[in-house]
Every structure is written in structure tokens, then in C-alpha cells.
Ligand binder design. Structure first.
Ligand code: RIB
Length: 314
């Protein structure tokens, strides 16, 4: 199957406990709710893109256990091509231990399990899918050697690349010029660059060869920085947040789908911002991820209520 969006993906099962506030070291508390739900930044973004109507394919490594099977079943339901997913028989699947607090914020510890074995050779084996895609994306939850190989193949074939640098970590020098679009949140941006503010931090990364730095700012929307243009900012949406797990992945996946169909930047940002806002309206990463029709309906309603505009400073 030909895909528009190819994802070098992590797949985790999220084990989520709800407690009022963050624990202090050594503290035990009774949780008032527990959920076992789909997660992993790569899989989450892939599902967000698929729900926007993009044909999506995964390159991933999953466990031979029940959690691995849960991923295969999920991608089948979402219409995502998993022919390049490798199952590590006898290996534990990626797992995320998540605490969600009463204000909707969270803390996450990720054990990558079988996903840590996603190799450059496995990516090479999927070179055909990468070469014919319109956009290749990854996050920092997969081994950097796998991302580097995927982006080299993409660049050789003129395919756009998108990296969500989460969780934040130092990136190899060779990777920077292979990134067409980087989508850090504010904390990730500030850990990747040493600068007093987001604009100068973004320009440091542009100077390393990144094509565009799109900073997500949560309720404050997002800001796009490119080498030869003024910043483009999209205001956020005022939401009563249920749970922010996967909001960044929803943003990234929705953006990927929009860029893959050559949507102009202002519209792509407006769309991704709205999808991320909608994704906060239910528990878990993928539960409230919207379809394209849901984003459109909500944006139409929002525009009549004058919510969340697009500020183009050019
Ligand atoms: O971005 C949210 C995701 O981070 C969760 O689904 C969890 O699996 C971790 O990967």
C-alpha cells in the first residue's frame, strides 16, 4: 500500500493512574481511577494523521506479548499499514507509566521495551515505503540511528521530514540539516538551544540547518519560525481540559497530514492547533483525537464564537 505519511514509530501501552497532585519522593497514594490505553508518541501521531484522512504506514518494533497484539489490532482498526512492524518474540512491549493530576496535567515514565531494538537495518528494509511517501516523521522515543536512516532516505528522495523532539535529548550533528520541520514544545526547545527566549532559541536551531521550527505553546497556541520569514503565530483555544496526554502528538500528526497534502502553513497550523485542543476533551492519548470532519465542524463553530484566530505577522 502506498502511504502519504510514513512514521518511524514508538508504540506503548499507557498504564494511567489518576491522583489529585504529584507525588513527593517516597510517597504512596491511593489512585481514584486507572486506565490501560493506547500510547506511544509515534503511534499516537500516526493515528492523528490517519483520522485526518492521510494514508499512513508505520515502521515500528513491538513486543511479542498481549500489549504488542493490542497495537496490531488498533492499527488495523485505524486503517494504518503495519507491514513494516516487527514483533520481537519473547520481548516486552513498550510501556508508559502515567500519573494524571486533577488539573489534567501529567508525569510519564516510558520503558521502550522491544522498541529500543528498532534498528537502521529495519528502516532500510522499509526504504521503498519511505521513498514514495510525501512526509516522513519520527519522535525521540525511537532510537536516533533509526530516525537518521529514515531521514537520509527521505532527503535522497525529496520527501519532507518532521521530527517531534520529545522526549528532549541531544541530537547528533548530522541529523539537524535533515529536519525540514521540528515541533518542540517550549521546554524541549529551551533544552535544545541555549537562548534567553523562544525566538532566539528557534533561530539557533534554524542556523543548524533545520528548515522550520514550530514551537507548541499549549493553551497559547503555537509559533512558526523560518529562516527568511517573520514568525507566524496561531492563538490557542480556551478549553476545559480533561487530560493533556497525547495533545502534542495530535498536533504533530494532524500537522503531518496537512503538510503531506500541501496545505499552506497558516491553515495547517490552525488545523493542528484545533485538533490538539479537541484531543484534551477525554482521557488518554487517542480517545478524543478528532477526525477531519470534527475539526472542521469545531473550527466553524469557533469562528462564529470568535475563538482562536490566526495571527500572521508577515
Ligand atoms: O505523548 C504522550 C505519550 O508519551 C503517551 O502516550 C506515552 O506512551 C508516552 O509515549
Amino acid at each position: 500500500m502506498a502511504v502519504d505519511v510514513a512514521v518511524v514509530a514508538s508504540w506503548n501501552v499507557d498504564l494511567i493512574a489518576h491522583i489529585p497532585q504529584p507525588l513527593t519522593r517516597g510517597q504512596t497514594r491511593m489512585a481514584h481511577a486507572f486506565e490501560r490505553l493506547p500510547g506511544g508518541k509515534g503511534s499516537n501521531a500516526a493515528i492523528a494523521a490517519a483520522r485526518q484522512g492521510a494514508p499512513v504506514g508505520l515502521i515500528a518494533r513491538i513486543g511479542g506479548d498481549d500489549f504488542g497484539q493490542m497495537g496490531l489490532d488498533l492499527w488495523s482498526r485505524e486503517g494504518i499499514d503495519s507491514q513494516h512492524v516487527v514483533r520481537g518474540e519473547g520481548e516486552t512491549n513498550g510501556t508508559a507509566l502515567i500519573l494524571v493530576y486533577e488539573d489534567g496535567d501529567n508525569s510519564i515514565a516510558v520503558y521502550p521495551g522491544a522498541g529500543a531494538g528498532l534498528s537502521a537495518a529495519q528502516v532500510q528494509a522499509a526504504a521503498g515505503m519511505l521513498a514514495q511517501a510525501r512526509l516522513v516523521m519520527a519522535s525521540c522515543e525511537v532510537p536516533l540511528a533509526a530516525t537518521l536512516t529514515a531521514f537520509e532516505i527521505a532527503r535522497a528522495h525529496g520527501v519532507m521530514t518532521l521530527l517531534n523532539p520529545a522526549p528532549a535529548m541531544p541530537l547528533p550533528d548530522q541529523l539537524w540539516p535533515l529536519i525540514d520541520v521540528l515541533t518542540p514544545n517550549e521546554g524541549e526547545l529551551m533544552s535544545l538551544a541555549q537562548a534567553p527566549d523562544i525566538e532566539s532559541a528557534a533561530h539557533q536551531l534554524l542556523d543548524r540547518g533545520v528548515g522550520a521550527v514550530l514551537v507548541t505553546l499549549g493553551a497559547h497556541g503555537c509559533a512558526l519560525f523560518r529562516p527568511d520569514s517573520a514568525p507566524l503565530r496561531v492563538a490557542g483555544h480556551a478549553m476545559r481540559v480533561v487530560d493533556t496526554i497525547g495533545a502534542g502528538d495530535t498536533f504533530t500528526g494532524t500537522l503531518a497530514a496537512a503538510l503531506a497534502r500541501q496545505t499552506p502553513w497558516p491553515e495547517a497550523l490552525r488545523w493542528a492547533n484545533a485538533a490538539a485542543a479537541l484531543s484534551t476533551q477525554a482521557h488518554g492519548a487517542v480517545t478524543a483525537m478528532p477526525t477531519a470532519a470534527q475539526v472542521q465542524a469545531w473550527l466553524e463553530q469557533a469562528s462564529t464564537e470568535h475563538l482562536g484566530g490566526c495571527h500572521d505577522n508577515r
